[in-house]
Design a protein around this ligand. Structure first.
Ligand code: WT7
Length: 635
């Protein structure tokens, strides 16, 4: 059984143990899993020329740890309760026994379609149970899944497919988002026009909308599963074989595929799930994230199922058919643990408490927050009106790259403080540094957040380009993993995440790189150049402010129309999440003599704080600043 912390003293004891001897600590945790062959060595690593290997020589299959290991106990226990977009439609419950059959069956579909260990399978599916089944089926046969959020555009999808050379695409005819139906297959078809590595596409019938099925390439999901049986023996995986790649944005270039491996990811995600959420057998755990993000990978699919939990998977959106949908679902399925994002809390808060009061939320025991800093007002509302003052909030800080939760209260055990992620979990060795990389010791300090020792679920590489991984995470500060976040350690030694200090914008908990958004804007034929920054937004946390230089040819066009068409171009290149909230047309950008954009200035203007621009003497043309300040007032 996975160890479970049950007191503050217990947390402090485990934390000390994990720091004093990390190898022994994780050795003990890992022993509660089923390994076909035990590891020879717990850890090998080097942060300078980066590599990290956990449970070296261990052999396992993660799905055997979900199914075979527990099945005699859990066969009839609900694993997934799937709640559809439309509440008048029935929900679907899959027991562990039923889920196991479906995973084995789909594993056989993958094998029958030529997938072998190490091949990449792209998954572009709505929030349906088949998304989880597909991920687990990949893990079963040793294929590396690459899930692409169904809100991404055709070009984002094809970029990701091509980067990883995926062989099969799993998609659906369509998906629902509230009152809207989206023709997913059409987007996938457009993407596949430029994806030569894709040999087959398996298409789930979900909305029953009319689709084009390409002869020789496209296969219906229901036909594929009816052709295979439901028995499958799991592939034997090395602890360090990749489990999945998941694309995420950084400061530079195109999104990169963060690679997680099998053994360490399994051990760390399950351990953190059980402890942070203080998991108990009859819990109903609902994480509202999409499986397209790491939160969905780690805390919808893998960790809860590894712990034998019952999860709720919700297809729809918080405001459909009415703004009480979240609360209705909690009441209907007697959810005990709700794990959601600050942006959802803030948007629902705006409707007041009446929609909440329509429902009995007494099943709730624990509340979680993830994805972005939670402001104190949202924290208090969540605590008071959703938790009725009885449910501890776990504000969990982590990243796609960390695989699992790193800084968080242990629910009901660590005393909380609004807006603080509080303390590091066992095994997590934080360091705060200044911009020169000098460690800031003691309390009451603020700086950049680094991690100085490996943890089992850390990023292993970026798909196909290890140099990029080293560059992005291990080059800013020598010998340290740099998170990209600013942080404060207060007088009590508690951590508060202050947000990104690099060129990453966090919109509603979704990560976008400024370079990526600028490239999308620049794809517009009338745009010469652009620069984007984030600015505070009441609901989304941050929104995008774009400064755009237009081509001369745009002179005679209506600027408002151009702005609209720029947004269309951006959502075509990236997806609707990259909407520009403000677009300011400028004649120049504040650049230094070396050509670097001084984003600090653009951020200040976007925030509406132009009282003190600091030193602008190194700018090539300091006059553009005044123009930008004046122009911003007219927006
Ligand atoms: C970035 C990682 C963690 C899974 C979902 C997002 C921000 C995440 C918190 C939190 C303050 C947070 C950070 C981080 N972030 N959780 N509890 N408090 N900020 O994963 O897309 O990889 O983004 O999200 O800035 O670096 P991601």
């Amino acid at each position: 059984m996975l160890p479970k912390i049950n007191s503050l003293a217990g947390y402090l004891y485990e934390y000390q143990k994990s720091i004093a001897n990390p190898e022994d600590f994780w050795d003990t945790v890992a022993q509660s899993f089923y390994w076909r062959k035990k590891w020879n060595k717990v850890l090998e690593w080097d942060f300078n020329d980066y590599y990290a290997r956990w449970f070296v020589g261990g052999k396992l299959n993660i799905t055997e740890n979900i199914f075979e290991k527990n099945l005699f106990l859990l066969a009839n226990k609900p694993a997934i309760i799937w709640e559809p977009n439309d509440p008048t439609q029935p929900h679907i419950t899959l027991t562990y026994g039923e889920l196991f059959e479906k995973v084995c069956q789909f594993a056989n579909v993958l094998l029958a379609n030529g997938i072998k260990k190490g091949d990449v399978v792209a998954i572009y599916l709505p929030m349906v149970s088949e998304a989880a089944i597909a991920m687990l089926a990949c893990a079963r046969v040793g294929a590396v899944h690459s899930v692409v959020f169904a809100g991404f555009s055709a070009s984002s999808l094809s970029d990701r497919i091509n980067d990883a050379q995926a062989k099969i695409l799993l998609t659906a005819d369509g998906n629902y988002r509230g009152a809207k139906a989206i023709e997913l297959k059409k987007i996938a078809d457009e993407a596949l026009e430029s994806c030569p590595s894709i040999q087959k596409s398996i298409v789930l019938q979900h909305t029953k909308s009319a689709v084009m099925m390409q002869e020789g390439r496209d296969i219906w999901w229901h036909d594929a599963i009816s052709a295979v049986d439901t028995k499958n023996i799991a592939e034997e995986m090395d602890a360090e074989d990749p489990l999945f790649t998941l694309y995420t944005s950084g400061s530079t270039g195109k999104p990169k595929g963060v690679v997680h491996t099998t053994g360490g990811y399994m051990v760390y995600t399950a351990y953190t799930f059980k402890n942070v959420f203080q998991y108990e057998q009859d819990d109903i755990f609902w994480c509202t994230a999409d499986v397209g993000w790491v939160t969905g990978h780690s805390y919808i699919v893998y960790a809860p199922l590894l712990c034998g939990a019952t999860i709720v998977m919700f297809e729809g959106i918080p405001t459909y058919p009415d703004v009480d949908r979240f609360w209705a679902i909690i009441e209907k399925h007697k959810v005990t643990t709700l794990y959601t994002a600050p942006t959802a809390i803030r948007s629902l808060m705006a409707y007041g408490t009446e929609p909440v009061e329509r429902h009995n939320l007494s099943s709730l025991r624990i509340l979680g927050s993830v994805g972005e800093p939670i402001n104190e007002e949202a924290w208090q509302w969540y605590y008071t009106h959703i938790g009725k003052g009885n449910c501890p909030i776990v504000d969990t800080w982590w990243q796609t790259e960390t695989g699992g939760i790193m800084i968080s209260p242990i629910a009901g055990i660590t005393p909380t403080k609004p807006a603080y992620a509080t303390l590091p979990l066992p095994g997590v060795q934080l360091m705060i540094v200044d911009s020169e990389g000098k460690e800031l010791t003691g309390n009451n300090v603020e700086g950049n957040l680094c991690i100085k020792f490996p943890w089992p679920s850390m990023i292993r590489t970026t798909y196909g380009d290890h140099e990029r991984c080293k560059q992005a995470y291990f080059s800013t500060y020598k010998g340290l993993y740099f998170t990209g976040d600013g942080v404060k350690r207060d007088a009590d030694g508690y951590y508060r995440i202050l947000g990104r200090v690099d060129d990453v914008i966090n919109i509603s908990g979704h990560r976008l790189g400024t370079a990526e958004v600028e490239n999308a804007i620049n794809s517009h034929p009338l745009v010469l150049e652009s620069a984007v920054v984030g600015f505070p937004h009441d609901i989304k946390g941050q929104a995008i402010y774009a400064y755009v230089i237009l081509d001369n040819a745009a002179k005679n066009n209506d600027p408002e129309k151009i702005k609209l068409s720029i947004n269309v171009a951006v959502s075509k290149v990236i997806g609707a999440i990259a909407k520009l909230d403000k677009i300011q047309i400028v004649s120049g950008l504040p650049k230094t003599r070396s050509g670097k954009i001084m984003r600090r200035i653009l951020r200040k203007v976007a925030e509406g704080d132009t009282s003190n621009m600091g030193d602008i003497s190194t700018l090539l043309d300091p006059n553009v600043v005044a123009e930008i300040v004046e122009g911003a007032k007219l927006l």
